[in-house]
Design a protein around this ligand. Sequence first.
Ligand code: TXA
Ligand code: MG
Length: 321
Amino acid sequence: MTTEIGNDIDRARAFLERGELVAIPTETVYGLAANGLDPHAILKIYSAKNRPQFNPLILHVANVDQVEKLVKAIPELCRKLMSNFSPGPITFLLSKSDIVPDLVTAGSSHVAIRIPDHELTRELLAQLDFPLAAPSANPSGYVSPVSPNHVLDGLDGKIPYILDGGICRVGLESTIVGFEEEVIVVHRLGAITPEDIEAVTGAKVVISLSHSSPITPGQLKSHYATTTPLFIGDIIELASVHAGKRLGILSFKTIYDIACAKQIILSEKADLEEAAAGLFSAMRELDASEVDVIITEQFPEYGIGAAINDRLSRAAFTDNE
Ligand code: TXA
Ligand code: MG
């Protein structure tokens, strides 16, 4: 199959209505989309990504009305979050209605739903009479794609169409939240922070990001990983530990005067949002260069910095993987 790249919404819609896969742009990362109510189409996602079927998928819709049909109820706290942050980079775990196939939720009674904030994809969703199931559009376990070319790198020949919406604005996957009684549980960190969530709801917010047998199986460690081993620590120390190797350096704001094969500084002006937006492109670029190891550092642990640290720690090399 040849993989075409274009910005033709009608063409994207035609493929999706035929049960085919289309990569779609969102503000976070590119998604690999299929008709979320058609098990046959959903199976194609798992096979194109080589994704284990115990890892459930997020359903993407155009608006809150479309959420109502897919869930038993929307808790008040969730409505508050939706009115503040949707469309936007936040996903809600809600009790699923019967029309949601078990293949979407991997058998769970809860479905993950998001209203993405990207003009092209919102227009596409508004024209469809089904939600789009879409995980990130990368082979399972690799770094998420933030451009059409990243999608092509991993899925060329496996999908018919990539809807080109440019580079993703946020660059990290959505925040995932669930609701337990009056508590909001954050299962994945993203651009909408626990502080943001607490500020608009006044509710208690608990962070639960387990690395092994998590509630959100995609949180397993060794996700988001580069093929080249990646180490986090003091960059100067790591450079001496790995002396003699070809080094790739990934830093927040500092230009290191260290002999290396390649160095990427994510934000010389120390802007965490700019750093987040460039993170996955930088990881991919270093991975594709002639380096033996990638060395990087801990980012400031506030705002979206916590989500950056989360992704780096999951990408980091450990002996027991
Ligand atoms: O920003 C995003 O969320 C992107 C864009 C494309 O929307 N999507 C994305 O999907 O990151 P994916 O599949 O790569 O990550 C979704 C995460 C996984 O960790 C998965 O285990 C979890 O959400 N998840 C999905 N459905 C779930 C469910 N019913 N219960 C618990 N976790 C779920
Ligand atoms: Mg993913």
